[in-house]
Design a protein around this ligand. Sequence first.
Ligand code: ATP
Ligand code: NCN
Length: 206
Amino acid sequence: MANAPTEHGKRRLGVMGGTFDPIHHGHLVAASEVAHHFDLDEVVFVPTGRPWQKAAQAVSAPEDRYLMTVIATASNPRFSVSRVDIDRPGPTFTIDTLRDISASCGPDTELFFITGADALAQILSWRDADELFTIAHFVGATRPGHHLHDPGLPEGRVSLLEIPALAISSSECRQRVAAGEPIWYLVPDGIVQYINKRGLYRDAEG
Ligand SMILES: Nc1ncnc2c1ncn2[C@@H]1O[C@H](COP(=O)(O)OP(=O)(O)OP(=O)(O)O)[C@@H](O)[C@H]1O
Ligand SMILES: O=C(O)c1ccc[n+]([C@@H]2O[C@H](COP(=O)([O-])O)[C@@H](O)[C@H]2O)c1
């Protein structure tokens, strides 16, 4: 991550958190659209280490999800990937993600946490929810079939952005691989090849 502020004042950094099991074009389009709309200098993708809300389901090894995220974002000079969540022991909480990234960037960087509008609807149940809004602005990317019902989010610290509908989900990609169906063009080509090479999702249930 570069550290210099932009000429216009603070550097604007997007933080896109997700399990990315696997990363797909819905994630990439959401990050690209938010970066464009909010004039972000960079978007750092942060694969979760141990997503506590997915504790009941099998999640691929953090290193596989990290490498797929690196492969999928490599061609975009404004996209990067952080290991902060996968290197931190214990369950992943966004408050820790934002504290770590904020500490490494310093005060000249404004943070924008990007996530799906469906995830945002649950945000008040996240750890230290009040503090989250003091560290970052939250941007919820609408995804097909999900609409945000106002759960009482703080005004001015949360935005919703309608992005081109891409009805792709990681669970559907996993199910397709398990069923022997193609995932070409749902995910970047390098991700299809990585999944084949590592034999991921062959026995996936969802
Ligand atoms: N097609 C999409 N369009 C917009 N946002 C998306 C899309 N797919 C996922 N997101 C958002 O990206 C964030 C990270 O998603 P995640 O890695 O959990 O992928 P997912 O496709 O939702 O996975 P799963 O199907 O396993 O639940 C979430 O907040 C999610 O809402
Ligand atoms: O901090 C929390 O309590 C919390 C609870 C649920 C989800 N999150 C974060 O929301 C992002 C999207 O999560 P997911 O599971 O939809 O990929 C990811 O960065 C998670 O760490 C965070």
